[in-house]
Design a protein around this ligand. Structure first.
Ligand code: CO
Length: 171
């Protein structure tokens, strides 16, 4: 089921999400709905708080190829619960967007390589070690769990420009 996306500057996007302790049906239907919502809005990642649920859960599904008919089959979805960074190093710049800030794309600097530990939907512990696009996506989504949106990483001048443009489109 597709849920509504929480749009910037909604205050819920500033919440620090809470650790998941039960890996139950409620979590599973949240994750299923997050997939439906991400696909409906043509995103590659979504954090639970973006559908208004303050749990430390996020999904990422990187399209199989970089084209308009790229596919994002459900079995390719990474479901990441209670992620913790074990390693985070290097730096790179990548143009990011966010379903909570639709239509805005800006370069953001992040670590090049990350290693995380996380639970899957059944509570099993897993790790991901990556230095490609997935590493960027993980950092973007984990920021949501900590109440941060990517535009907060922009320079002062770019941020001002963004806020001005964003207010204009509200009207
Ligand atoms: Co986002």
């Amino acid at each position: 089921m597709v849920r509504d996306i929480v749009i910037y500057p909604d205050k819920r996007l500033k919440l620090i999400s809470k650790e998941v302790t039960s890996f139950d049906k409620e979590l599973h239907s949240l994750l299923d709905d997050m997939y439906d919502t991400m696909i409906a809005k043509k995103g590659v990642g979504l954090a639970a708080i973006q559908v208004g649920v303050d749990k430390r859960a996020l999904i990422i599904n990187i399209p199989t190829e970089d084209s308009d008919d790229a596919e994002q089959p459900k079995e390719n979805t990474l479901e990441i619960i209670n992620p913790i960074f074990i390693e985070k190093d290097g730096s790179c710049k990548y143009q990011e967007g966010c379903l909570s800030v639709p239509g805005i794309y800006e370069d953001v600097e992040r670590a090049k390589h990350v290693k995380i530990e996380y639970h899957d939907r059944h509570g099993n512990l897993n790790t991901i070690d990556n230095d490609e696009f997935l590493a960027i996506a993980i950092q973007h989504e984990v920021d949501h769990l900590d109440g941060k949106v990517f535009i907060e990483k922009l320079s002062y001048i770019k941020r001002k420009k963004f806020e001005k443009e964003w207010k204009k489109r509200d009207k």
